[in-house]
Design a protein around this ligand. Structure first.
Ligand SMILES: *[C@@H]1O[C@H](CO)[C@@H](O)[C@H](O)[C@H]1NC(C)=O
Ligand SMILES: *[C@@H]1O[C@H](CO)[C@@H](O)[C@H](O)[C@H]1NC(C)=O
Ligand SMILES: *[C@@H]1O[C@H](CO)[C@@H](O)[C@H](O)[C@H]1NC(C)=O
Length: 331
């Protein structure tokens, strides 16, 4: 019985699969392929194969396909890259919502809904999409937060990635992050958390019905260096849409050289609870934005047009100390 022979399958795959890359010194390459032509069938099993306290650069090449699984990269596994074959063709997706119950019977809550969660430092992802496929809620519906991706590690780099969800799509939780030419889709607070992040040349696409909001930033003290800087981005989709909300008392959000479709809500910004005078402590700014929606982002007195001096720190990758960890080629 040929199929009992453990060598038979790999022997056959030699004929059916295209050759794999050979690993070079100090850099490991693992291939994930849904049809069996790689080292692993699932992304999580590839991540699991990386030793604890990893010090090598490890590229996980994820061939075209829909990988329906929840993935976690633990903090003990730094220096991992997810390399997809294109953000249209390689997709990791799952469908948890905040009020779904976890293994312990407790509700997951927003932060644990992410289809992919990364706690590790020095993570990067290229040419791949992350989705949460649970249905979109209407404003006011409770427990429907459903993140596609959560980044809680420091020095993370994303190039040409897609993030798809509705409420709370991208949990930009903690650490320094750089998003280049990414596509981020959602409805309510679809980029949120307390990261210190630069979004350069990204498309922020709203699928809001009745009302929506792009960014909710959670900086909680004037000493924290966190905030979201959107540089050269493009805001598209449906509205009306708040561009930023004061999740934390010292929330910091700036849009620079960004295009806005005619979908910005009256006022443009939201102070979250109308109770804690956040409008006196937040830092919300705009600099040289344009497009039919751009006048409305000046809708409240506490979101100001910055001058060059004030805008400058948010324009360069030094905002995320990128000179030390992003190669010139990558920025
Ligand atoms: C990992 O890659 C980075 C960037 O290319 C490089 O600077 C670093 O030396 C590499 N690390 C190892 C252990 O090879
Ligand atoms: C990403 O994919 C495009 C084609 O979709 C390709 O031209 C490009 O080289 C890829 N880049 C990386 C870093 O994977
Ligand atoms: C700031 O918010 C408070 C409520 O927290 C409100 O009473 C006040 O009118 C707001 N000020 C401005 C300038 O919007």
């Amino acid at each position: 019985m040929a199929s009992r022979n453990p060598h038979f399958k790999s022997f056959m795959l030699l004929f059916l699969c295209t050759p794999m890359f050979v690993t070079s010194n100090g850099h490991r390459l693992i291939t994930v392929d849904a049809s069996g032509c790689g080292d692993f069938l699932s992304v999580q099993s590839a991540v699991d194969s990386i030793p604890e306290n990893n010090v090598q650069n490890v590229t996980i090449k994820i061939n075209a396909g829909h990988y329906v699984e929840k993935v976690v990269v633990l903090g003990t596994k730094p220096y991992v890259t997810f390399q997809g074959s294109g953000r249209e063709s390689t997709v990791i997706e799952w469908h948890d919502r905040a009020n779904d119950r976890g293994d312990n019977g407790q509700q997951l809550r927003t932060y644990k809904t992410a289809s992919v969660t990364v706690f590790a430092n020095h993570f990067s992802a290229k040419n791949i999409s992350f989705k949460n496929t649970s249905p979109a809620p209407l404003p006011g519906m409770e427990g429907w937060q459903a993140a596609a991706f959560r980044i809680s590690g420091d020095k993370a780099y994303f190039y040409s990635c897609g993030f798809y969800g509705a409420q709370d799509t991208l949990c930009d939780d903690a650490g320094r992050h750089y998003f280049k030419e990414c596509y981020i889709e959602g409805s309510i607070d679809f980029i949120f958390g307390n990261g210190r992040s630069m979004y350069r040349d990204c498309e922020l696409h709203s699928i809001a019905r009745r009302f929506g909001s792009i960014a909710a930033q959670d900086r909680n003290s004037p000493n924290e260096r966190t905030g979201f800087a959107f540089v050269g981005c493009k805001v598209t989709g449906t509205g009306p849409l708040y561009v930023g909300r004061a999740m934390g008392q010292y929330s910091r959000i700036v849009f620079l050289y960004t295009y806005f479709d005619d979908i910005v809500a009256h006022g443009g910004w939201d102070d979250w609870d109308h109770a804690s005078n956040k409008n006196k402590t937040v830092f919300f700014g705009v600099y040289k934005c344009w497009g039919p929606g751009a006048t409305r982002i000046h809708g409240v007195s506490w979101a100001r047009e910055l001058d060059y001096e004030t805008a400058h720190p948010f324009l360069a990758k030094s905002f995320v100390n990128g000179r030390h960890w992003i190669t010139p080629f990558d920025s």
